[in-house]
Design a protein around this ligand. Structure first.
Ligand SMILES: CC(=O)N[C@H]1[C@@H](OP(=O)(O)OP(=O)(O)OC[C@H]2O[C@@H](n3ccc(=O)[nH]c3=O)[C@H](O)[C@@H]2O)O[C@H](CO)[C@@H](O)[C@@H]1O
Ligand SMILES: C=C(OP(=O)(O)O)C(=O)O
Length: 434
């Protein structure tokens, strides 16, 4: 498996354009299965997770054409459901989490779907109850083959229902929404996830002919239709990549402009970095991060130590807490990072501690970071990337460190960040892929 060799201490300077959003891409690519007509999607990132999903759809019989480097046409006029019984299908589903979102469309259009446990980050338990409970409420039968660890769903017809989700699951909401578009009558999905990813999916489905109200809220109302047509859709910039670049700029004392970020869709992300003391200036739809020799973590109004915690959208996304944690190691002051959703996402702090950072892992969900300001610089090290966001965070740490670092298992970074070495080297980083 490939590695990055990083020479730390180089400042970055210039402009960077964020890729299209990974998590939106995974949803809307699955949604192309809902119609036999052509769907064109623009701004698709060239990353492992997305390429694996596209390859899976091709194997299922979807005609896929790459119209330009980031624009693809999908035509799911004939689907080979036999393929979903093969070992190859099982292996490909297991490569990424987003693949779970093919069950909603398959069930809606063909009345059946099988899926093994999906892959994705190993960041703790990631149950699928929200998906299956919702889909069963619409009238599907669920089977589970213990030996093969295979879920199967079937339904003669789906019927609209009131569904109150037990948690605002992102992929769960997307799956239910796609299952509900053909369900007879009205489906209400309450406590729906309302990340921009889901909003974008809803808009695309409406563009295809679906009837959805409450878009962008946590109460989605779907009125079933009998067919969907083609459409053209453009992905938003990847807000997690935008956040990663903010953190990277601050940590490496760099001057970076992040272009065309779609500020209105970043929610609380810029403000959360500002709480760490980082200057984030909005210039039109760009974010300008000036070079900052030092930055100081704010306290709460009553003087107590700041906590950054994830919460369902519009709260702070859990996918940026690892980056924020790394960035805090170089700040002046103290912060408690509380990763509520995932229970194994903070273990990578061991590597930062070895690099010299002052962090106390209080329990699997909470870490206290004591920022050392410019009194200490992390030292380069050899490490392995456990998951996508820990991976980018370790890359940021290595870029700011004294000396050379090696990060193994960079597939984890390539899952979600397009040509990250080349794009950062263009700004002045020194990252070699080996
Ligand atoms: C492909 C994709 O889109 N992946 C994203 C999606 O994963 P995914 O859709 O798999 O994550 P879910 O939203 O289902 O949540 C994952 C886990 O978080 C916990 N949970 C979830 C919601 C909640 O309000 N409280 C709570 O505790 C649950 O234990 C759940 O199992 O959403 C996650 C949460 O934003 C992100 O980290 C992932 O990047
Ligand atoms: C957890 C993530 O991805 P996935 O859900 O695909 O594992 C992520 O993007 O941070």
């Amino acid at each position: 498996m490939a590695s990055f060799i990083i020479e730390g201490g180089h400042r970055l300077k210039g402009e960077i354009v964020p890729q299209g959003a990974k998590n939106e891409a995974l949803q809307v690519i699955c949604a192309t299965l809902l119609t036999e007509e052509e769907v064109v999607i623009e701004n698709i990132p060239d990353i492992l997770d997305v390429n694996n999903l596209i390859a899976l759809l091709k194997d299922m019989g979807v005609e896929v054409r790459q119209l330009s480097p980031d624009t693809y046409s999908f035509k799911a006029s004939s689907i080979d459901l036999e393929f979903t019984k093969t070992e190859d299908y099982m292996k490909k589903i297991a490569a990424l989490r987003g693949s779970i979102m093919i069950i909603g469309p398959l069930l809606a259009r063909f009345g059946k779907a099988v899926v093994p446990r999906p892959g994705g980050d190993k960041i703790g338990r990631r149950r699928l109850d929200t998906h299956f409970n919702g889909i069963m409420k619409l009238g599907a039968k669920l089977g589970f083959d213990e030996e093969k660890q295979l879920f199967s769903l079937s339904a003669e017809r789906l019927r609209g229902q009131y569904i109150l989700l037990d948690e605002a699951s992102v992929t769960g909401t997307a799956n239910l929404l796609m299952a509900a578009v053909f369900a007879e009558g009205e489906t209400v999905i309450y406590n729906a996830a309302c990340e921009p990813y889901v909003e974008q999916l809803s808009k695309m489905l409406v563009g295809m002919g679906a009837k959805i109200e409450g878009i962008g809220s946590n109460r989605l109302i779907v009125n079933g239709v009998t067919r969907l047509g083609g459409c053209r859709h453009r992905l938003l910039p990847d807000m997690i990549e935008v956040g990663s670049f903010i953190g990277m700029a601050a940590m490496t004392t760099s001057e970076v402009t992040i272009k065309n970020v779609s500020v209105g869709n970043l929610g609380i992300i810029p403000e959360s970095f500002r709480k760490l003391g980082i200057t984030v200036q909005q210039q039109g739809d760009d974010l300008y991060i000036p070079p900052q020799e030092s930055y100081t973590i704010e306290s709460f109004i009553d003087g107590s130590i700041l906590t950054l915690a994830d919460a369902p959208w519009p709260g702070l996304t859990p996918d940026l807490l690892s980056v924020m944690l790394v960035v805090a190691t170089k700040a002046e002051g103290c912060v408690l990072i509380h990763q509520k959703m995932f229970e194994s996402r903070l273990f990578f702090v061991d590597k930062l501690i070895d690099m010299g950072a002052q962090i106390i892992l209080c329990d699997p969900h909470r870490a206290t970071v004591i920022g050392l300001g410019d009194r200490f610089r992390l030292r380069g090290m050899t490490m392995t990337s456990p998951d996508i966001r820990a991976g980018i965070s370790l890359l940021i740490a290595a870029m700011s460190a004294k000396g050379v670092s090696t990060i193994h298992n960079i597939d984890q970074i390539d899952r979600g960040y397009q040509n990250i070495d080349l794009r950062l080297n263009r700004l002045g980083a020194n990252i070699e892929r080996r």
